[in-house]
Design a protein around this ligand. Structure first.
Ligand code: ADP
Ligand code: MG
Ligand code: MG
Length: 247
Protein backbone atom coordinates (compact mmCIF):
# COMPACT_ATOMS: atom_id res chain seq x y z
CA UNK A 1 0.00 0.00 0.00
CA UNK A 2 2.76 2.41 0.91
CA UNK A 3 6.51 2.37 0.72
CA UNK A 4 8.60 5.07 2.34
CA UNK A 5 12.17 5.16 1.14
CA UNK A 6 15.08 7.02 2.73
CA UNK A 7 12.82 9.86 3.83
CA UNK A 8 14.53 13.01 5.07
CA UNK A 9 12.26 15.81 6.22
CA UNK A 10 12.63 19.17 7.89
CA UNK A 11 10.47 21.49 9.92
CA UNK A 12 11.85 24.89 9.00
CA UNK A 13 15.61 24.47 9.06
CA UNK A 14 15.49 21.63 11.57
CA UNK A 15 16.09 18.13 10.24
CA UNK A 16 13.65 15.71 11.87
CA UNK A 17 13.39 12.59 9.67
CA UNK A 18 16.81 11.18 8.87
CA UNK A 19 16.54 8.46 6.26
CA UNK A 20 13.36 6.69 7.33
CA UNK A 21 12.36 3.45 5.61
CA UNK A 22 8.99 1.80 6.12
CA UNK A 23 6.81 -0.62 4.20
CA UNK A 24 3.10 -0.57 5.02
CA UNK A 25 1.08 -3.51 3.79
CA UNK A 26 -2.44 -3.61 2.47
CA UNK A 27 -4.96 -4.95 4.97
CA UNK A 28 -2.56 -4.68 7.92
CA UNK A 29 -2.40 -2.70 11.13
CA UNK A 30 1.01 -1.12 11.67
CA UNK A 31 1.84 0.49 14.99
CA UNK A 32 4.56 3.07 15.55
CA UNK A 33 5.86 3.67 19.02
CA UNK A 34 8.79 5.79 20.08
CA UNK A 35 10.04 8.45 22.46
CA UNK A 36 8.65 11.99 22.55
CA UNK A 37 10.15 14.17 19.85
CA UNK A 38 11.33 11.21 17.75
CA UNK A 39 9.47 12.44 14.66
CA UNK A 40 6.25 10.40 14.74
CA UNK A 41 3.92 13.34 14.10
CA UNK A 42 6.37 14.70 11.53
CA UNK A 43 6.18 11.40 9.66
CA UNK A 44 2.39 11.42 9.67
CA UNK A 45 2.34 15.00 8.42
CA UNK A 46 4.91 14.22 5.72
CA UNK A 47 2.67 11.40 4.44
CA UNK A 48 -0.37 13.68 4.09
CA UNK A 49 1.70 16.56 2.67
CA UNK A 50 1.26 19.01 5.55
CA UNK A 51 2.77 22.41 4.69
CA UNK A 52 4.90 22.54 7.88
CA UNK A 53 7.06 19.72 6.54
CA UNK A 54 9.67 19.90 3.79
CA UNK A 55 10.85 16.64 2.30
CA UNK A 56 14.51 17.10 1.34
CA UNK A 57 15.38 13.58 0.20
CA UNK A 58 13.73 10.22 -0.38
CA UNK A 59 10.29 9.24 -1.61
CA UNK A 60 6.84 8.02 -0.58
CA UNK A 61 5.05 5.59 -2.88
CA UNK A 62 1.32 5.07 -2.41
CA UNK A 63 -0.39 2.35 -4.44
CA UNK A 64 2.74 2.29 -6.60
CA UNK A 65 2.96 6.01 -7.35
CA UNK A 66 5.17 8.67 -5.84
CA UNK A 67 3.11 11.20 -3.89
CA UNK A 68 5.78 13.52 -2.44
CA UNK A 69 5.08 16.19 -5.04
CA UNK A 70 1.32 15.81 -4.69
CA UNK A 71 -0.80 18.51 -2.97
CA UNK A 72 -2.37 17.49 0.36
CA UNK A 73 -5.88 17.80 -1.12
CA UNK A 74 -5.02 15.28 -3.84
CA UNK A 75 -3.54 12.85 -1.33
CA UNK A 76 -6.79 13.06 0.65
CA UNK A 77 -8.88 12.46 -2.47
CA UNK A 78 -6.76 9.38 -3.19
CA UNK A 79 -7.72 7.99 0.20
CA UNK A 80 -5.00 9.05 2.64
CA UNK A 81 -6.37 10.20 5.99
CA UNK A 82 -4.72 11.60 9.11
CA UNK A 83 -6.31 11.99 12.48
CA UNK A 84 -4.16 14.76 13.97
CA UNK A 85 -2.58 14.46 17.40
CA UNK A 86 -3.97 17.94 18.07
CA UNK A 87 -7.05 18.53 15.88
CA UNK A 88 -7.44 22.22 15.00
CA UNK A 89 -10.40 24.29 16.10
CA UNK A 90 -12.03 26.26 13.29
CA UNK A 91 -14.51 28.78 14.69
CA UNK A 92 -17.22 29.78 12.24
CA UNK A 93 -17.00 26.62 10.12
CA UNK A 94 -19.58 24.07 11.09
CA UNK A 95 -18.43 20.52 11.60
CA UNK A 96 -21.21 19.27 9.31
CA UNK A 97 -20.33 21.69 6.52
CA UNK A 98 -16.63 20.85 6.75
CA UNK A 99 -17.17 17.11 6.75
CA UNK A 100 -19.85 17.07 4.03
CA UNK A 101 -17.58 19.12 1.76
CA UNK A 102 -14.73 16.66 2.29
CA UNK A 103 -16.96 13.61 1.87
CA UNK A 104 -18.54 14.93 -1.33
CA UNK A 105 -15.21 15.99 -2.84
CA UNK A 106 -13.99 12.44 -2.36
CA UNK A 107 -17.22 10.88 -3.67
CA UNK A 108 -17.03 13.10 -6.75
CA UNK A 109 -13.40 12.13 -7.32
CA UNK A 110 -14.44 8.47 -7.16
CA UNK A 111 -17.31 9.04 -9.60
CA UNK A 112 -19.96 8.48 -6.92
CA UNK A 113 -23.06 10.55 -6.40
CA UNK A 114 -22.73 13.33 -3.82
CA UNK A 115 -24.74 13.22 -0.58
CA UNK A 116 -27.35 15.93 -0.11
CA UNK A 117 -27.60 17.70 3.24
CA UNK A 118 -30.33 15.42 4.57
CA UNK A 119 -28.60 12.19 3.50
CA UNK A 120 -25.33 13.39 4.97
CA UNK A 121 -26.87 14.39 8.30
CA UNK A 122 -28.75 11.11 8.64
CA UNK A 123 -25.57 9.10 8.16
CA UNK A 124 -23.41 11.40 10.30
CA UNK A 125 -25.91 11.29 13.17
CA UNK A 126 -26.21 7.54 12.96
CA UNK A 127 -22.44 7.11 13.21
CA UNK A 128 -22.13 9.80 15.88
CA UNK A 129 -24.63 7.92 18.00
CA UNK A 130 -22.63 4.70 17.60
CA UNK A 131 -19.55 6.63 18.73
CA UNK A 132 -21.36 8.01 21.76
CA UNK A 133 -21.12 11.58 20.43
CA UNK A 134 -23.66 14.22 21.31
CA UNK A 135 -25.57 14.98 18.08
CA UNK A 136 -25.15 18.75 18.63
CA UNK A 137 -21.39 18.33 18.01
CA UNK A 138 -22.15 17.75 14.33
CA UNK A 139 -23.65 21.18 13.87
CA UNK A 140 -21.25 23.12 16.11
CA UNK A 141 -18.10 24.89 14.87
CA UNK A 142 -15.41 22.37 14.03
CA UNK A 143 -13.72 21.24 17.25
CA UNK A 144 -14.38 24.61 18.90
CA UNK A 145 -14.65 24.00 22.64
CA UNK A 146 -14.73 20.22 22.09
CA UNK A 147 -13.22 18.23 24.95
CA UNK A 148 -10.24 15.98 24.19
CA UNK A 149 -12.49 12.94 23.97
CA UNK A 150 -15.03 14.74 21.79
CA UNK A 151 -12.28 15.76 19.36
CA UNK A 152 -11.00 12.21 19.05
CA UNK A 153 -14.51 10.81 18.60
CA UNK A 154 -15.03 13.45 15.91
CA UNK A 155 -11.80 12.41 14.15
CA UNK A 156 -13.16 8.86 14.22
CA UNK A 157 -16.43 10.09 12.72
CA UNK A 158 -14.49 11.76 9.90
CA UNK A 159 -12.65 8.50 9.27
CA UNK A 160 -15.88 6.50 9.13
CA UNK A 161 -17.58 8.99 6.80
CA UNK A 162 -14.59 9.38 4.45
CA UNK A 163 -13.82 5.64 4.24
CA UNK A 164 -10.12 6.17 3.43
CA UNK A 165 -7.79 3.40 2.25
CA UNK A 166 -4.78 4.54 4.25
CA UNK A 167 -5.51 5.69 7.77
CA UNK A 168 -3.02 7.34 10.10
CA UNK A 169 -4.11 7.79 13.71
CA UNK A 170 -1.67 9.99 15.60
CA UNK A 171 -2.18 9.39 19.31
CA UNK A 172 -5.92 9.02 18.88
CA UNK A 173 -5.95 7.23 22.26
CA UNK A 174 -4.06 9.84 24.28
CA UNK A 175 -6.11 11.28 27.10
CA UNK A 176 -9.23 9.22 26.41
CA UNK A 177 -11.40 7.80 29.16
CA UNK A 178 -12.35 4.12 29.01
CA UNK A 179 -15.66 4.67 27.19
CA UNK A 180 -14.12 6.99 24.60
CA UNK A 181 -11.24 4.57 24.01
CA UNK A 182 -13.72 1.75 23.46
CA UNK A 183 -15.85 3.87 21.09
CA UNK A 184 -12.84 4.95 19.04
CA UNK A 185 -11.49 1.38 18.93
CA UNK A 186 -14.85 0.02 17.82
CA UNK A 187 -14.88 2.65 15.07
CA UNK A 188 -11.48 1.48 13.90
CA UNK A 189 -12.46 -2.19 13.95
CA UNK A 190 -15.65 -1.39 12.08
CA UNK A 191 -13.85 -0.28 8.93
CA UNK A 192 -10.75 -2.42 9.28
CA UNK A 193 -10.65 -4.79 6.32
CA UNK A 194 -8.33 -6.47 3.83
CA UNK A 195 -8.21 -3.38 1.59
CA UNK A 196 -7.28 -0.79 4.21
CA UNK A 197 -4.03 -0.05 5.97
CA UNK A 198 -3.76 1.47 9.43
CA UNK A 199 -0.79 3.32 10.82
CA UNK A 200 -1.44 3.79 14.52
CA UNK A 201 0.90 5.99 16.54
CA UNK A 202 0.58 5.39 20.25
CA UNK A 203 2.38 5.42 23.57
CA UNK A 204 0.09 2.89 25.21
CA UNK A 205 -0.66 -0.80 24.89
CA UNK A 206 -4.26 -0.23 26.01
CA UNK A 207 -5.65 0.56 22.54
CA UNK A 208 -3.82 -2.49 21.18
CA UNK A 209 -5.95 -4.73 23.36
CA UNK A 210 -8.90 -3.63 21.21
CA UNK A 211 -7.17 -3.16 17.85
CA UNK A 212 -4.75 -5.98 17.14
CA UNK A 213 -1.54 -4.89 15.41
CA UNK A 214 0.22 -6.98 12.77
CA UNK A 215 3.51 -5.07 12.98
CA UNK A 216 5.11 -2.83 15.56
CA UNK A 217 7.82 -0.36 14.54
CA UNK A 218 9.97 1.78 16.75
CA UNK A 219 10.78 5.28 15.54
CA UNK A 220 13.76 6.83 17.24
CA UNK A 221 15.71 9.92 16.23
CA UNK A 222 14.06 10.21 12.82
CA UNK A 223 14.45 6.58 11.75
CA UNK A 224 12.71 3.24 12.12
CA UNK A 225 15.13 1.33 14.33
CA UNK A 226 13.16 -1.85 14.92
CA UNK A 227 10.27 -3.77 13.39
CA UNK A 228 8.66 -6.80 14.99
CA UNK A 229 5.32 -8.42 15.76
CA UNK A 230 2.87 -7.44 18.51
CA UNK A 231 5.04 -9.08 21.16
CA UNK A 232 7.34 -6.05 20.94
CA UNK A 233 4.78 -3.89 22.76
CA UNK A 234 5.15 -5.76 26.06
CA UNK A 235 8.91 -5.83 25.63
CA UNK A 236 9.00 -2.04 25.18
CA UNK A 237 6.74 -1.48 28.18
CA UNK A 238 9.07 -3.54 30.30
CA UNK A 239 12.43 -2.25 29.06
CA UNK A 240 11.71 1.19 27.59
CA UNK A 241 13.29 2.70 24.50
CA UNK A 242 16.76 3.37 25.84
CA UNK A 243 17.47 -0.34 26.18
CA UNK A 244 16.53 -0.92 22.56
CA UNK A 245 20.08 -1.60 21.36
CA UNK A 246 20.29 -4.57 23.74
CA UNK A 247 17.26 -6.38 22.31
P1 ADP B 1 6.77 13.06 18.13
O1 ADP B 1 5.44 13.10 17.46
O2 ADP B 1 7.54 11.79 17.86
O3 ADP B 1 6.67 13.31 19.61
P2 ADP B 1 7.30 15.36 16.47
O4 ADP B 1 7.33 14.80 15.10
O5 ADP B 1 6.08 16.09 16.88
O6 ADP B 1 7.67 14.21 17.53
O7 ADP B 1 8.52 16.34 16.66
C1 ADP B 1 9.86 16.02 16.27
C2 ADP B 1 10.75 17.17 16.62
O8 ADP B 1 10.39 18.32 15.86
C3 ADP B 1 10.70 17.60 18.07
O9 ADP B 1 11.99 17.89 18.50
C4 ADP B 1 9.85 18.84 18.05
O10 ADP B 1 10.19 19.73 19.08
C5 ADP B 1 10.19 19.42 16.70
N1 ADP B 1 9.08 20.23 16.15
C6 ADP B 1 7.80 19.82 15.96
N2 ADP B 1 7.03 20.81 15.46
C7 ADP B 1 7.86 21.87 15.31
C8 ADP B 1 7.69 23.20 14.84
N3 ADP B 1 6.51 23.63 14.39
N4 ADP B 1 8.78 24.01 14.84
C9 ADP B 1 9.97 23.57 15.27
N5 ADP B 1 10.21 22.34 15.73
C10 ADP B 1 9.17 21.49 15.75
MG1 MG C 1 4.80 13.71 21.06
MG1 MG D 1 3.55 13.41 18.05
Amino acid sequence: MMEIKNLHANIGEKNILKGLNLCLEKGKVHVIMGPNGAGKSTLSKAIVGHYDITVTEGDIFYKGESIVEEAPEMRALKGIFLSFQNPVEIPGVSNAYFLRTAVNAKRKFEGKEELNAAEFLREAKRLAQELGMKPELITRSLNEGFSGGEKKRNETLQMLMLEPDFIILDEIDSGLDIDALRAVSEGINKIKDENRTFLIITHYSRILEYVKPDYVHVLKDGKIVKTAGPELVAELEEKGYTALEEF
